[in-house]
Design a protein around this ligand. Sequence first.
Ligand code: ADP
Ligand code: MG
Ligand code: ZN
Length: 606
Amino acid sequence: MPNKENLPKFIAIALLITLGINILLSFISQSAFQEIDYSTFLRMLDNDEIYSVQIAEDRIIIIPKADSATPIVERKMYYTGKLDYPGLVDRLYDAGVKFKPVQNKQSPIMNFLISWVLPFGIFYVFASMLMGSMSKRMGGTMSIGKSNAKVYVQKSTGVTFDDVAGQEEAKESLQEIVDFLHSPSKYTKIGAKLPKGALLVGPPGTGKTLLAKAVAGEAKVPFFSMSGSDFVEMFVGVGAARVRDLFKQTEKHAPCIVFIDEIDAIGKSRDSTLGGNDEREQTLNQLLAEMDGFDSSKGVVILGATNRPEVLDKALLRPGRFDRRVIVDKPDLKGREAILKVHAKNYSMDENVNLREIALATAGAVGADLANMINEAALRAVKMGRDKIRQDDLFEAVETVIAGKEKKDRVMTQTEKSMVAFHEVGHALASALQKKAQPVHKITIIPRTMGALGYTMQMPEEEKYLMTKDEMLAQIVVLLAGRAAEELIFNEITTGAANDIERATHLARQMVTIYGMSDRFGMMGLESIQNRYLDGRPVRNCSDTTAAEVDNEVQRILKECYEKAKTLLQDNMEALGKIASYLIQKETIMGDEFMEILNSVNNKSE
Ligand code: ADP
Ligand code: MG
Ligand code: ZN
């Protein structure tokens, strides 16, 4: 159905169209029928010019004779009023004219209905069907601004704080906003002004959008959501008009929540780009003006989300606008376990599934990754013909997300296979033989779609928030031990270590430039991190000469670690050989099998 606001406009259009149709129809019928007077009619009758006559209730329709070439439908027809002249029938009969009475069945009311109400009705039904199907496709949207950009409105989001796991601090800060939307008077009575807006800041996939929905769901208020990029168009001024419209809408629906996702699309600092961007600046200015203008006591709260807070315009962040910053960071171990639990509720899980173990194996994963992993596990379980998700499904899903799918059909030559096996066992041994390194969870030489020919999965016993210098060095040794094993056993090196080298170099560089862990530079900050919530790209803060020295220092660390890896493996050649040949046979071995072989070899030699 057409919505209420448009109804008058809509009716007017329908009426106009109906009127047009009627005028057109009468025009057509007038051109086909010509009125004549009764005397003309009688004269035509006398002159034998009439072919047939139809006598209706109020008029007489005359069809004249014409040369037989023209078909009846094209002949000009006449009509005249009806007189009370009883002799007419006889005269017609005598003249040999065909005649018949026609019943004018249409009463005036029927006439009106057919020519006015029916077209209007048809038009109305047709148009509302059209609009109905259109709005269904757009999913409850309404138009904003002069163009077709849509803002998504939901009466209630159906999401609560229970659906968001592992973000306790964020939830706590947002709880206040919920409370305010519930009972604004409690706050206004004492004179407190509530924050007009809060900015959710964090890496992608940590649940910012979800949290905003949960706030609306908890407060039971409508939720307006729009993405920052929806405002900005090619034409200058459109975005600003949309911002104005949005705020007009929200004032009508207060209390409510306005959520602007990816706000950096419009809120980018105004002086940061060369040349500037008029449209974006105007949109931002309008947003700033509107945020100043509205009265927060009515209960409109603006939530924004971004993963690049550092590019936002300072004006947007000052008190009175987005004065609250809610950090939605990557979840820690407990958080990951909680997120897994929330999502596991929707799947049927085997009872011996241990979500804590999965949480341990997924350090650095965000909520969206974890949700995805559980779904991958479910897909695998179905593929295996099971009706419950088992622990191994979950582990396989974790690996799929980290390293890609298993590629069982990739055929490796026997030499390649043994090279990969020794490489991986090199990692695993270096890891097991150093106290500061993380224990081995699994070693496999089944290739994966994301390029790895095999890999060693390490799993911490518990989550750590700090890493010591020794632990970092141990990690570098583990990373380089793959290449060390290749060199020791085959006296040859392969391309398989590319990723190891990249990661080891990155770690070593961080030690020098960010963590102040090198003797050469001490605690000098040589790099800073940009886009902390995205890729975390380092930006150099030092002169070119220093940068060259940094490279030397990094090189030195890597070299020392590589030597250490080689010594470690050289001292354990027997274990290396045994485990590698076992791995070539089995293709995948778990951490406990690995430790068993290692211990048996070591005990024998003691
Ligand atoms: P963001 O907006 O931060 O990029 P989203 O809120 O869109 O991330 O999260 C994407 C999906 O990931 C959510 O729909 C949800 O299924 C899952 N998710 C993310 N974080 C969490 C969390 N803390 N608790 C539960 N599910 C989460
Ligand atoms: Mg989002
Ligand atoms: Zn490797």
